[in-house]
Ligand binder design. Structure first.
Ligand code: GCU
Length: 652
């Protein structure tokens, strides 16, 4: 069997720490994790775990009693030839991995004292893993990295050593919660809540030493499905009692259980609407069940009509989350977190921010990101998402001078891209997305290029000089390159229905899913203005409502999200819409060709298995990018009759 790739924690990386004399002070589960890490490092690299205060080069000191829920901050200092890290609970563990990241730099001349604390207590990954293999979606819904690391043969895996390794990788980037099953809770997965608690508890036991709490996705219909009740009505006392009882049993099995994740009234999932109740009623039902135990309910705002009539141009999916949830602001219990996808649609390569993120001041909000590359190349394409996340977390939704999205929310939740694949993420370079997600959830102001530097240094320690520059060359701009050769100017989708890979311009155009581009012989785009369109632009605070509502002020990259314009419309860039489509698709493919050439130069400089895997995936990326280019250009030439002014695009 091929060994699992060590991702950003290869043994070599531990050399600076592992070759020293290290003292660990304190007791408790997380301090024991730190001690075990040091033991592993010194065994590999010839250092020593010491007790004697006088002889240590490094001191890791727990500052108070150890609890997984403790404060996560840590302090690093160096003086008199000794590097000291102190922190409480998980803080010490984060401090340990800070030392690992610093490498030799942690042991240079005296360093000024640094204090590090996460921006949020909530930094979570949602796994869309099914226990069973789903006939259409496979085991991991929208997963591109093999099967689930949690489940095999219809139950929680007997051997969870891979999950322990995962916990270690996540702890090293600062993730502290994991939801272990798909938000689409099918019958078998629903039973985790009642019939498989021993399995859930084993997963929690394996992740707890890494400071990671476990959450479950649950079906709103559980009282009926699992409890045999006649209703799941949130106001029914029997239903409330069922949730209270069931939840108490969960906490008996997992005392530090994080809580529930709920997708309700969304894409066919059951929810409170069936009983004439609203989503505050629904969320509070579960919130009250977990509240006595300190648990949280993550209620997803991804609620829209997926059975809409494409002939009806007034119904706009982009409006849905705001229309459903903003009127409920102030009604959610304190232990409810409303989990809001970053855009109003669905994790497209380019969307405006969801206006919900600035519209619910009396509700705890988390922004939901997608690390798994459903719409960004499915881990067959290189698409480093750090720059996209940086842009959206730093976006000032309330207008210039207002708070950033990162400041407006209380946490970051993201859909994991991990499976039982030997590289964890299918594409070896997609590991960088998981790394970046953790680092940016810890500090949303992180510079994505610096984060990528860190990832490169940790993943390829000792690689030939130049590898860093090549990886930056390939990855820094890869999100924009992907945008260039796929759906233009923010219009989104144009993917094959169902699996969502590859181009299909009209694939969703006459479907009930609400994802349209409205291309005709004269123009393309969705009029979401207040004046003449669906009114979605009016859901933004005044500054952005005015900008997005104006066809001349709207940023080019979002023009077709907000406006239906002629192909000859002149963009702010000076190009026309049709010429922009031709230019970006031709140039996007050329850029992928350059990525392929750059990667060829890394042969011998990165491990062979990584080299070969990335080379093969880049070949597929190039094939796919060409297909996107040819279909998009042909489609828009046929619609508009306007040829490429530069004569590069074949008239098909
Ligand atoms: C997308 C995705 C689904 C997923 C859904 C969600 O629509 O295609 O597979 O279930 O998002 O976030 O709930």
């Amino acid at each position: 069997m091929t060994a699992v790739h060590p991702a950003w924690l290869p043994d070599d990386l531990l050399a600076p720490l592992g070759s020293r004399r290290v003292r660990v002070l304190g007791a408790g589960l997380l301090v024991e994790t730190v001690r075990a890490e040091i033991r592993r490092a010194v065994a590999l690299h010839g250092g020593q775990l010491v007790d004697d205060p006088g002889s240590a080069d490094v001191v890791l000191a727990a500052t108070d009693d150890d609890s997984a829920d403790g404060v996560e901050e840590y302090v690093v200092s160096r003086s008199g030839g000794v590097t000291t890290v102190s922190g409480a609970g998980a803080g010490l563990l984060h401090g340990l991995f800070h030392l690992v990241r610093l490498g030799e730099a942690a042991f240079g001349p005296d360093r000024p004292t640094e204090r590090h604390a996460p921006a949020y207590p909530l930094r979570m990954l949602d796994h869309w893993d099914n226990v069973d293999v789903h006939p259409v979606m496979g085991q991991v819904e929208r997963g591109y990295s093999g099967g689930s690391i949690f489940y095999a043969d219809g139950r929680v895996r007997a051997d969870l050593s891979r999950v322990a390794e995962y916990g270690r990788l996540l702890a090293a980037v600062g993730i502290n919660r994991v939801a272990i099953n798909n938000v689409n809770v099918h019958r078998r997965e629903a039973r985790l809540l009642t019939d498989d608690l021993a399995g859930v508890a084993r997963i929690a036991d394996v992740l707890r030493p890494w400071g990671i709490g476990v959450h479950l996705s649950v079906s709103f219909n559980s009282p009926v499905l699992l409890g045999g009740l006649a209703t799941a009505d949130p106001l029914d006392p029997g239903v409330q009692e069922w949730w209270a009882r069931t939840t108490a049993r969960v906490y008996e099995a997992v005392p530090d259980f994080g809580g529930y994740v709920v997708k309700a009234d969304s894409e066919g999932r059951p929810g409170p609407f069936a009983y004439g109740r609203d989503h505050a009623d629904g969320a509070n039902l579960l919130a009250r069940a977990v509240a006595p135990f300190g648990g949280t309910v993550h209620w997803r705002a991804f609620v829209y009509d997926h059975r809409q009539d494409w002939r009806d141009r007034s119904t706009d999916r982009a409006r849905a989350a705001y229309d459903h949830f903003v009127p409920l602001d102030g009604r959610f219990d304190d232990n409810v977190v409303l989990q809001v996808k970053h855009g109003p649609m669905d994790f497209q390569v380019r969307e405006p921010l969801s206006p919900v993120l600035a519209a619910m001041p009396r509700t705890h909000l988390a922004v939901e990101l997608q690390v798994t590359q459903e719409y960004t190349g499915q881990q067959r394409h290189v698409c480093y998402l750090g720059p996209a996340w940086s842009e959206l977390l730093g976006f000032r939704l309330r207008g210039p001078g207002g708070a950033t999205v990162a400041e407006d929310v209380g946490g970051v939740v993201a859909v994991s891209n991990v499976g039982d694949d030997r590289f964890w993420t299918g594409h070896p370079l997609a590991q960088a997305n998981l790394y970046a997600l953790g680092r940016m959830a810890w500090d949303p102001a992180s510079d994505p290029a610096t984060v990528l530097d860190e990832w490169i240094a940790m993943t390829f320690p000792g690689a030939a000089p130049g590898i860093g520059a090549t990886l930056h060359r390939i990855m820094d701009g890869s999100w924009r390159t992907y945008e260039d050769y796929t759906a233009p100017l923010g219009v989104g989708f144009m993917v094959r229905p169902g699996h969502h890979y590859g181009p299909d311009v009209d694939g969703y155009e006459y479907t009930p899913w609400g994802t349209y581009h409205f291309a005709d012989r004269d123009g393309v785009g969705v009029d979401r203005s207040v004046a003449t369109g669906t009114g979605f632009a009016g859901q933004y605070p005044p500054h952005w409502a005015a900008v997005y509502g104006s066809v001349t002020r709207c940023p080019d990259e979002l023009l077709l999200f907000f406006h239906h314009v002629p192909y000859t419309h002149v963009l702010r860039s000076g190009s026309t819409v049709i010429q922009h489509v031709y230019d970006t698709h031709v140039e996007g493919v050329e850029e992928v060709e350059r990525m392929v050439a750059a990667w060829a130069g890394t042969e011998g400089a990165v491990p062979d298995d990584v080299f070969v895997e990335v080379r093969e995936r880049l070949a597929e990326q190039l094939r796919s990018a060409r297909e996107w280019r040819d279909q998009l250009c042909a489609y828009f030439f046929r619609k508009s009759g306007i040829p490429d002014a530069k004569g590069r695009v074949a008239v098909r």
